[in-house]
Design a protein around this ligand. Sequence first.
Ligand code: BG6
Length: 295
Amino acid sequence: EVVKAINGLEKVVLREIQGSSVEIYLYGAHVTSWKNEQGEELLFLSSKAIFKPPKPIRGGIPICFPQFSNLGSLEAHGFARNRLWGFDDDPPPFPVDAANKVFTDLILRPTKEDFKIWPHSFEYRLRIALGPGANLMMTSRIRNTNTDGKPFTFTFAYHTYFSVSDISEVRVEGLETLDYLDNCKKRERFTEQGDSITFEESEVDKIYLSTPTKIAVMDHEKKRTFVIRKEGLPDAVVWNPWEKKSKAMVDFGDEEYKHMLCVEAATVEKPITLKPGEEWRGRQQLSIVSKKLDS
Ligand code: BG6
């Protein structure tokens, strides 16, 4: 189902037979809503989000491509999140069976203007699928279609903003004892302690390196655990802007940091290089369990 939303931007709504749903703006191929079978919203979307190009939408799941953060010459997090995507009418077969899922296939190709800032030709195909249990699967396939024989290199993230009841009651499991680059400390490298990660008093902006493929975000107050499973995305970024940074962002409420946490399936430390004709795949699957995981 395609509907007109704010400012004439179009969004696609996927509804699963058991009642879960997902909303995706063609602007940025940006998932802005993911609801479980009870109709509860699972993603954070800022009440101050600006739905007006070229501003990326604050919240949901922005796609960072071809550059994560400001680690290169492009605008922060690249340009995929503020381009208008199209429907992919002729998607190639995807490796994962689409049975029991509702899905949509979107595609991004660079315009001449894009080519000026990133001189590469590519096809970025994204399948967003929703299955039983509100499982949300996003599969990206990026192909180098350069005709000049040149490879290209990129970094990437699914920048998921989870909705949480109270950040001080949230724990992240799966990142203990890992090395990380601390974005708040000039990307200096540290090693995480043995305990699950909690959020106490200031901005957290860390790139965990070579993580397990499964990460859990536990919301104790809601007795809910988000499970992130990822493939082709070795790193995981954890971000909460906390008080000071929240106030500095025009499209983010001063107190909203209490109700969100970004855990981003990413490949940052080791950029991906594709030769012409080569394709990369990166997938994240989000699911929810309604009580604490014991693993
Ligand atoms: C995170 C980065 O992924 O995104 C942070 O690690 C950044 O450094 C945050 O502040 C938000 O970025 P933006 O461009 O959407 O404001």
